[in-house]
Design a protein around this ligand. Structure first.
Ligand code: AMP
Ligand code: FES
Ligand code: ZN
Ligand code: ZN
Length: 319
């Protein structure tokens, strides 16, 4: 297989685009595609300050690399979740995120949940209803809260995450199977700022996971290969598997599934006249972040409960 641009040996064949490219041309193609998405959705401009949420994985580190190469001002945010135990998942992903930032002279903000809240995600989850079974729900709540807080307090114009097409198509698949209309209405590459919630963008939403992985490998970015140990058996992974099986039969299916959804939404063909009323938001009385709850936000309530339970379980039982 030869590179479409120069005729050299291709390193990747993207059947959905009927495009094979050599290493050099692929490394040019990814930033061009990303820039196209940024412009199409007016995600941000060269004057904007961007906060990239980096997990130490291939997508978010590749995104940070691409934004920097495109000349954007992008700082990183790493959230230490305390998922270690035997896996050292958090320790290793933090090390790789810090190494990436250091080698390129970039600013990385690190927030450690165990330090700020007194427990990491697995320990916290074991003490709350949200954690029954798996800690993923507490983890998601905590990440969203911290990302928003750091973006707002740091005066960033926008928060960028490394979600790729496989992630977005799997979420769309799940939302469609459940006809989760509220989630479908909000799903997209840009979530506008509202009532103290930072603007959120996904510049890699058109890129397949294998493309971001190939980019990270060809660029020599060191990233954590392992998934979070709690991801095993997650529904989103099952949906990704189904979509991959269909993609193998029909190359381009994932891309057209997601892009056709966005197009229908942009053309007003979905949700017309049925826009769900947005819940009104006000400041949490404890942390001042926006919430629809009457007093404290879900983050403050949940972590408050965890701290109370930690305090009581630390008291020796009465004799
Ligand atoms: P995930 O929810 O793990 O699929 O991650 C989706 C995106 O969220 C990643 O591409 C990152 O941009 C961001 N993210 C995930 N985990 C972290 C973390 N520990 N710290 C900062 N950002 C994260
Ligand atoms: Fe949060 Fe796995 S539970 S990354
Ligand atoms: Zn080439
Ligand atoms: Zn709060």
């Amino acid at each position: 297989m030869k590179c479409r641009k120069c005729g050299e040996k291709a390193v990747i064949n993207m059947r959905q685009h009927k495009l094979a490219l050599c290493g050099d041309h692929f490394l040019e193609w990814i930033p061009q595609q990303t820039q196209r998405s940024i412009e199409k959705y007016r995600m941000f401009g060269p004057q904007d300050r961007i906060l990239v949420a980096v997990s130490g994985g291939k997508d978010s580190l590749a995104l940070w690399d691409v934004l920097q190469r495109l000349g954007y001002q992008a700082d990183g945010l790493y959230i230490g979740l305390g998922i270690d135990g035997g896996s050292r998942y958090s320790a290793e992903s933090q090390r790789l995120s810090e190494k990436f930032a250091q080698e390129r002279g970039l600013k990385l903000i690190v927030v450690d949940v165990a330090q700020s809240e007194g427990a990491g995600i697995p320990q916290g989850a074991a003490l709350t209803r949200r954690g029954q079974g798996k800690p993923c729900s507490l983890c998601g709540l905590t990440k969203r809260h911290i990302m928003n807080r750091v973006a707002r307090q740091g005066g960033y114009d926008v928060l960028a995450t490394g979600h790729n097409l496989d992630d977005e198509a799997a979420v769309l698949f799940g939302n469609t199977l459940n006809w989760a209309v509220g989630y479908l209405a909000r799903q997209g590459p840009v979530l506008e700022e509202r009532h103290g919630l930072a603007r959120k963008v996904k510049p890699f939403h058109r890129l397949y996971e294998r493309e971001t992985a190939a980019y990270a490998l060809l660029r020599g970015i060191e990233y954590i290969y392992d998934e979070c140990p709690f991801a095993e058996g997650a529904t989103s992974i099952t949906y990704k598997d189904y979509l991959n099986q269909m993609e193998a039969q029909r190359p381009g299916l994932k891309l057209s599934f997601y892009l056709s959804f966005l197009r229908a939404k942009e053309e007003g063909l979905l949700f017309a006249g049925s826009q769900q009323p947005q819940p009104s938001l006000h400041a949490c009385e404890s942390c001042c972040q926006p919430t629809s709850a009457p007093d404290r936000c879900a983050y403050c309530r949940t972590w408050g409960q965890i701290r109370e339970r930690m305090a009581t379980s630390a008291v020796p039982p009465a004799e």
